[in-house]
Ligand binder design. Sequence first.
Ligand code: TRP
Length: 335
Amino acid sequence: MAKQRVLTGITTTGTPHLGNYVGAIRPSIAASRSDSVESFFFLADYHALIKAQDPELVRRSSKEIAATWLALGLDTDRALFYRQSDIPEITQLTWVLCCNAAKGLMNRAHAYKAAVQANEEAGEDPDFAVTMGLFSYPVLMAADILMFNAQRIPVGRDQIQHVEMARDIGQRFNHNFAEVFVLPEAEVSDDVAVLQGLDGRKMSKSYNNTIPLFSGEKQLRKAINKIKTNLLEPGEPKDPDDSTVFQIWAAFADDAETARMRAEFENGIAWGEAKKQLFELINAEIGEARERYNELMDDPAHIESVLRKGAERAREYSVPLMAKVREAVGIGAIC
Ligand code: TRP
């Protein structure tokens, strides 16, 4: 059977946190070990420019995210691991796809609609501070996906619409010109946890409630101590299903350890004790990777060389694909 192509991008606007690890990085690296898939993972640094106007932040985030995937054991001889901006064909394809994407379709994109709604509520012009980057974001993402003829796109729920748009745009191109693109499907896994953050909402850099993945041991302990709990005293039974501490525990522990902690909650474990055990559990899982992460962060030239090699491999796909696209639409060489 032909291998399935799995592709996903990570926007380079922040420092990886436990939610990214549990929800995306850990399952992606695990899946990339399967012989039946060919994985494409990339730093979506052009996407970062939509949200971030701070070059140092984007640069630092690219380095941190790359170091994180490598530290956690991504095998870059197997998986293709590259930086979006190293693949010039992606922006070239973006333009061609722009010419095949209905503006009306883009008007319906959640991110754009949310910006317009916020403006309207604030009494501003509907398009106040909306850039063409934000508006065309789904087209750039379609180019990322269609470029590599990826079939499966593991994403969070908020990204399903974008994958469907990529499908739409690809379909329209195929219909107008030639069968160039494979049509992708979003893959949202039910067995992967959406981690809660310090305040109990979804852990997300936009809520400022994250626990960084590779801060030092002390900082990890401190962050865990900040997880919101209630005022129940030691000895009073606690509801595990209403607790962020327990929810994060379950994302790291095996079934037996999860059952044990559930019983401890019911027996009234003290919050301090539960948090101490949570720290130990997480630290045991990521401690070695943290050391590798720190070594990698001190050796950016190594990270850079891995990314360049990844880009070289990725361009073995993108250069011929883009040649096909040019040929299909009638640009480039005339004979
Ligand atoms: N937009 C995605 C996000 O913010 C990141 C992304 C960019 C992506 N290009 C992609 C995800 C292609 C999957 C496939 O999460």
